[in-house]
Design a binder for this molecule. Structure first.
Ligand SMILES: [Zn+2]
Length: 279
């Protein structure tokens, strides 16, 4: 079901210099998945809609499953699985007995419960921070996913005015959220999640899901850290903003939900073609 974007129909004002908009049409792809784009003959293609819809469903399932896995350890106090141990070592540099340059007071796997330790900055404290972020993303994405086409190839309106194709901010990216509010301020003040529909057709399901989760971390959690999984310096250490990095959260969730540590090598294939079936 496609319909004219209400903001276009109503001529609603927007932030920025002008009131032109690039996308003019919204469409419900499936329950809880809504997209917006600039409609023209044959665009977006069925292939784009399929890729975007599948990715949105995969993203929300990933964060739901990952949240369950983290809750088992943090809330139900089950033992950490080897997958959990390997995943947080890779994506948060949370490595058993490593105190992260003094960031942690202790870092013991499956440490027995001790009342006096509840305020410690320890391994479970980090795992709980990650759990809280994944839980928030799960609540948001499982309520509904709204994705606007970045449409880099033809986008000639930005900042509310006609401008040159290829010069829009974020043009070289496959997705973005324009930040207006940092962590702990209402995520709705940040811009919507934009993804490039044309690029998503070229990526795998889990890589596309990663992009959505990454952008959701910017939008809903106000996370600003952007050290990507393909960067040789990935992930940032805990004592250097490791808990505030969008890709660390996205790849952790994907790894926990798909049963294998994903994005293990910065020059591996996962960044564009992470394997894995639909969940
Ligand atoms: Zn980012």
């Amino acid at each position: 079901m496609a319909f004219t974007k209400p903001s276009v129909k109503l001529g609603a004002p927007r932030m920025g210099r002008g009131n032109d908009r690039h996308s003019d049409t919204m469409e419900v792809l499936s329950t809880g998945v809504v997209i917006a784009y600039k409609a023209r003959p044959g665009y977006p293609t069925q292939g784009m809609k399929l890729a975007v819809n599948s990715a949105a469903i995969q993203a929300r399932n990933i964060v739901r499953i990952a949240n369950d896995e983290l809750a088992k350890v943090v809330l139900l106090r089950r033992k950490e699985s080897q997958l959990m141990i390997d995943t947080v070592a890779k994506h948060y540099r949370l490595i058993a007995n490593d105190l992260a340059g003094g960031f942690l007071q202790n870092n013991v796997i499956d440490k027995p419960f001790k009342l006096g330790a509840v305020f410690d900055h320890d391994r479970r404290w980090v795992l709980n921070k990650i759990r809280e972020m994944v839980l928030s993303l799960s609540a948001h994405l499982n309520t509904g996913v709204y994705l606007i086409d970045q449409d880099t190839a033809t986008r000639d309106v930005f900042d509310g005015q006609k401008q040159t194709v290829g010069l829009a901010p974020y043009s070289g990216w496959v997705g973005y959220v324009h930040p207006r509010a940092a962590r702990n301020i209402c995520g709705f003040r940040n811009g919507e999640i934009h993804v490039d529909f044309a690029t998503m057709v070229t990526f795998s399901l889990n890589t596309n899901a990663c992009i959505i989760i990454h952008e959701a971390a910017h939008k809903y959690l106000g996370i600003l850290g952007d050290t990507y999984g393909d960067n040789v310096n990935y992930p940032p250490a805990l004592q250097h903003g490791g808990l505030e990095n969008a890709d660390s959260l996205a790849w952790t969730a994907i790894s926990l939900a798909t049963g294998a540590v994903r994005m293990q090598l910065h020059d591996g294939p996962d960044f564009a073609n992470c394997p894995g079936a639909a969940l």
